[in-house]
Design a protein around this ligand. Sequence first.
Ligand code: UTP
Length: 297
Amino acid sequence: MKPMFGLETFIKINKCLFPVAGYGTRFLPATKAIPKEMLPILTKPLIQYGVEEAMSAGMTTMAMVTSKYKQAIKNHFEPHSDIEASIKDTTKESLLDEVNHTSSVCNFTYIEQDQMLGLGHAIYTGKPLIGNEPFAVILPDDLCTSTPQGGTEKSDGDSVLKQMTKLYQQHPDCCIVAIEEVPMIEVDKYGVIDGELLEGSNDAYRVNSMVEKPSLKDAPTNLAIIGRYILTPDIFDVLESTEPDKNGEIQITDALMTLAKQGKVIAYKFKGKRFDCGNVEGFVVATNYFAKEQGII
Ligand code: UTP
């Protein structure tokens, strides 16, 4: 009998963190009373797209870093017996099926970030919900689909987060960040990486440096980090000692840079499409795209 070499353990990632405490000021006045993550693309709120993507990657604990103004997110994932009674046995009954399914399959946990001190701070705030295990992060205003980008590259249909969890299996001591090529003129809106392609790969880079919102002349590449991460729990220790930037915000990019110096960050050029729904233009593009996909327009 052959010895069973090469049998690798699959490291399951169970938890997905959603930093959703931000004020969404680019969408005022809509976001005065409605969380940005509750704005719908067609009839589904951004947060629900995010939760469904995490589920598609096998995660069942949805850890929300939220704020006192965002009760609507919690309400969305809880039963609403009056509405359910009113649509029972009508053609509308199935309209709640998807969200009710997520609520029945997933465990939702919440913690409040009491001061808006940046994405790195929001992720650190989520530490009690995560503990000592690798976890995913989704920024729901980056809405991703697994449709091939530009219509040329083949996608096997896996969601972006699922593609990343597969890559993570080969690099379990590394953090993975999703990247995409953006026009050089837009690099100042993103964290940007520099790195070398891993041997034999055309879409995964070992990151050697990263810089948050660089000017055009300081940007090492046009490979921009988007709102999908897989993080190892050592990120919490790094975040604890990461200094705030000049605006007083703790940036996840700065914390990841510390790990990149140890060779522990991989950037992955995902297959699929991303819509920046954090700004009005991207939101409209996403709405049109989904409306066309569903034959509404
Ligand atoms: P953004 O800057 O895109 O979101 O942060 P925002 O602050 O809500 O929007 P604008 O710029 O005012 O329009 C990216 C993500 O990080 C979260 C946000 O909720 C968003 O999902 N975030 C940011 C936090 O949870 N806490 C923070 O302190 C900062």
